[in-house]
Design a protein around this ligand. Structure first.
Ligand code: NOJ
Length: 515
């Protein structure tokens, strides 16, 4: 059986504002990304997920889309996108784009029309309710929005409330309206016809809503437990989308953001192999740097995904959360050990741009804060070289630099074979070369309580990954003779494994007999 490409791919997430700037305006753009494809190819990634670049008032930095079928001038043009896609394909890299189906911008012509009158033909494209009339007591229910405040805004002119699970500038679409479904399928087809290789789907857990009752949440409900999440009507929506994208020759992948923080619930969005291909399970992103937490996570993911034949995804960082190096305490040793872990797990790894440079979150003075969700620090621009503008053409881009850009930049780290950047490259190459790492099964091995050790196997091909979560050295006893293929601290690679791991270190081992 042919293995789908996305099972073996290493994914790389680009937040376009912060990745690379081609025109010196201090905001990254699509042409900047195209110019840095060399970096991604050298690193060895297979697929790039590009966060929203569509025309947008940027209330949520692009997750408030005003036109799904164009490029915001800040990021370039459709021609720039086509060039990026063609050049990525020339390099055997795939491009996924971010599709935001739960809500549009309040400036999207659909919402402008919907809002214009209660009798607008597009009124029912969004979720409008009378509630008890204007004023805080009149809200249709007690749902809370993700960035704080209520999930309803009163529209004075047309005299009704509209629903927004995020900002008031992000009204929720009504997916129970077939016209919305058709229009949004049209959006997917627009990009699939251009040749994109898949979609990262935003807020999948919110697509189905508790229509028409819109019941109150029980008192004390904390997101994501609200009843606007995880409604069963999301599943037929996904099945229809899956059927449509499966008809495309490029075998597009659907990767869903299913923000439920419960692996068993997330797995349901894979359906019977007829909904999402892949789903983000953020329980791993929130797992502490702790052996017990990670052993439990690996066991749980295997237990939940195994029976349905689901393929796991692994993410340590993204544009919504504190970077893992910062979360794990800031030490580069841990960031290196985490890289060995991420690329040694069973499933598709998703790297977040800059983690290969060991970037930490930026420290922002209050006057530089721009994001309503407090996520600026992990979105600091990627430094490309040691010059004062770090490859951006301006010294002070839209957000401040992450710590240490003079040394922690792509050019400087590439010149140093012992750097974390080279470690990521060696790990990705080792993964590509090993059937066991790409697609093999996983078996946890007995280990000291502060370590996690697992075996990967596909046919005759075998590997072992050992991670020490403690600051003190730990003994690792693996049956047989093993060679260190990649070490998080770079020591001893190519030599026999001596059975001890330094503090906060990890190794990838291959059997002595394998090439
Ligand atoms: C999840 C995205 O990752 C986040 O950045 C965004 O703010 C929300 N969805 C709303 O679209």
């Amino acid at each position: 059986m042919d293995v789908p490409w996305w099972r073996e791919a290493v994914f790389y997430q680009v937040y376009p504002r912060s990745f690379a700037d081609s025109d010196g305006d201090g905001v990254g753009d699509l042409e900047g990304l195209r110019q840095r494809l060399d970096h991604l190819q050298w690193l060895g990634v297979d697929a790039v997920w590009v966060c929203p670049f569509y025309p947008s008032p940027m209330a949520d930095f692009g997750y408030d889309v005003a036109d799904y079928c164009d490029v915001d001038p800040l990021f370039g043009t459709l021609d720039d996108f086509d060039r990026l896609l063609a050049e990525a394909h020339d390099r055997d890299m795939r491009i996924l784009i971010d599709w935001v189906p739960n809500h549009t911008s309040d400036r999207h012509p659909w919402f402008v029309e919907s809002r214009s009158s209660r009798h607008s033909p597009r009124r029912d494209w969004y979720v409008w309710r009378d509630g008890g009339g204007p004023g805080p007591g009149g809200r249709p229910n007690n749902w809370k929005a993700a960035f704080g405040g209520d999930a309803w805004t009163w529209d004075e002119a047309s005299g009704q409330w509209y629903l927004h699970l995020f900002l008031p500038e992000q009204p929720d679409l009504n997916w129970s309206n077939p016209e919305v479904v058709e229009a949004m399928h049209g959006v997917l087809r627009f990009w699939l016809d251009r040749g994109v290789d898949g979609f990262r789907i935003d807020v999948v857990q919110g697509l189905g809503k508790d229509h028409p009752d819109l019941m109150d949440d029980p008192p004390g409900t904390v997101l994501p437990r609200s009843s606007f999440n995880d409604h069963p009507s999301a599943h037929p929506i996904l099945r229809d989308i899956r059927r449509m994208v499966d008809g495309y020759p490029q075998a597009p992948v659907l990767v869903g953001e299913v923000y439920l923080l419960d692996t068993a619930q997330v797995v349901r969005y894979l359906g019977r192999g007829d909904e999402l291909h892949l789903a983000f399970d953020f329980t791993s992103l929130y797992a502490a740097w702790d052996a017990g937490a990670w052993r439990g996570t690996i066991e749980r993911v295997e237990r939940e995904l195994g029976p349905v034949g689901g393929w796991p995804t692994w993410t340590l960082s993204n544009h919504d959360n504190v970077r893992h190096r910062s979360r794990y305490g800031g030490s580069e040793d841990r960031a290196r050990a985490a890289a060995v872990m991420l690329l040694g797990l069973r499933g598709s790894p998703f790297l977040y741009a800059g983690e290969e440079l060991g970037l930490e979150d930026a420290v922002l003075p209050a006057e530089r804060v721009v994001d309503p969700g407090g996520r600026d620090p992990c979105r600091a621009p990627v430094p490309w070289d040691p010059s004062p503008g770090h490859g951006w053409g301006v010294e002070d881009p839209w957000l401040p630099w992450p710590p240490g850009p003079d040394v922690r930049n792509a050019e400087t780290l590439r010149a140093d074979p012992s750097s974390i950047l080279h470690l990521y490259r060696r790990l990705i190459a080792a993964r590509r070369a090993s059937a066991a790492l790409r697609g093999g099964d996983v078996r946890l091995l007995p280990s000291a309580p502060t370590a996690v050790v697992w075996a990967r196997q596909a046919g005759e091909d075998r590997r072992v990954v050992a991670v020490n979560f403690a600051c003190e050295p730990v003994g690792v006893d693996v049956e047989g003779e093993w060679v260190v293929e990649v070490a998080s601290d770079g020591t001893g690679e190519g030599g026999p494994f001596g059975g001890t791991l330094a503090g906060d270190a990890a190794v990838l081992l291959r059997p002595v007999s394998s090439p």
